[in-house]
Ligand binder design. Structure first.
Ligand SMILES: Cc1ncc(COP(=O)(O)O)c(C=O)c1O
Length: 338
């Protein structure tokens, strides 16, 4: 099957697969005290500077662990109405932390300080949950990317108001590739306190990482990591994948490729009459509205998700292994149906 459904439909990049195999030798100390974890930690430090790294199984686990480090049960996380933590994690953050989520309308998936300001009225009022974290997704769920200036403004606003910034970076590699800056410039240098660093959507078999930059949040993190059931005894197999991802800029090579495929796809479908690419293509997602009668026949050839059943907006995601030929074939199939 070839699909444009999600970047987690793809398999494992061969360099990642080799790394898992290389880690499969002899016995190693469990729970992350092994040489492979040490190696991956060093590479994360090379990329981001001083950072505490916790390896986790999946993106939901990364987000829950991050938010657990930042909130008490009476505190709240401000997020976009589209945020994965709100829309797609079955209530995991609220269920396992006790915090509440305060969603805001975001036409392009991005939060701004202006949107958040009215929530400051809650601060100090014992009847209201207390906003403590601003959680943003970079790349956003709508395929858009915050600029460095937008990130800096949000982080400054958060810190001025005694809040933390959590970045859901399930697709951080695509965002950083799109911005053309370093990982560090796009995250910790803007003031991000803690982040979920994505792996699975960029060529890994399994695993994400929680990266903690703010010293205040580091102290209890290892205990929260264990309590949220995200501490893997054979951690070397997650860590070894990150070593491969961070070696010779594999993360960037893959992200540049999937972004390039999305731009190609958007340019090609944009030329077809009846197709409207309706959102900015900043990274590896293309959103488009197409006539109802072509949706099912097209989807039966190339699976993809309908983003909005009312407007018939579709989401097409490109992966590290999407080829130009697949894009051409998809566009031809769509054209034929139109
Ligand atoms: C923005 C975002 N965050 C986090 C995740 C992680 O999800 P999972 O728990 O399925 O790995 C996803 C996956 O779709 C996502 O799109």
């Amino acid at each position: 099957m070839k699909s444009f459904a999600s970047d987690n439909y793809s398999g494992i990049h061969p360099e990642i697969f080799d790394a898992i195999q290389r880690a499969n030798t002899q016995h190693q100390i469990s729970y992350g005290a092994d040489q492979f974890t040490e190696e991956a930690n060093r590479l994360f430090e090379k990329e981001f500077g001083e950072v505490e790294v916790l390896y986790v199984f999946n993106g939901t686990g990364a987000n829950v662990t991050c938010l657990k480090c930042c909130t008490l049960p009476f505190q709240a996380v401000v997020c976009s109405e589209y945020a994965h933590i709100l829309a797609d994690e079955c209530g995991a953050p609220t269920q396992s932390i006790g915090c509440s989520l305060l969603p805001l309308q975001t036409p392009d998936g991005k939060l701004t300080s202006e949107m958040i300001k009215p929530l400051l009225n809650r601060l100090g009022n014992v009847h209201n949950t207390q906003p403590k974290v601003i959680s943003i997704s970079q790349t956003t769920e709508l395929g858009t990317v915050y600029s460095l200036e937008e990130l800096r403004n949000l982080c400054n606003f958060a810190h001025l108001n005694n809040m933390y910034v959590h970045l859901d970076g399930a697709r951080i590699s695509n965002a950083v590739a799109s911005l053309g800056v370093t990982m560090k410039e796009a995250t910790v240098d803007c003031g991000v306190d803690i982040m979920s660093f994505g792996g699975t959507k960029n060529g890994l078999m399994i695993g994400e990482a929680v990266l903690i930059f703010n010293d205040e949040l580091k102290q209890n993190a290892p205990y929260f990591h264990k309590q949220t059931a995200q501490l893997f005894s054979k951690n070397r197999f997650i860590a070894a994948q990150f070593t491969a991802l961070l070696t010779n800029d594999l993360w960037l090579r893959m992200a540049n490729h999937s972004n390039k495929m999305a731009h190609l796809l958007a340019a090609k479908v944009g030329q077809l009459s009846g197709v409207k690419v309706n959102r900015s293509v900043d990274a590896n997602a293309v959103f488009a509205i197409i006539p109802v009668h072509v949706i099912e026949p097209l989807r039966s050839q190339y699976p993809f998700y309908e983003w909005d059943a009312e407007t018939h907006e579709q989401r097409w995601m490109c992966s590290f292994d999407t080829t130009e030929e697949e894009v051409e074939n998809f566009v031809r199939a769509l054209e034929k149906l139109l």
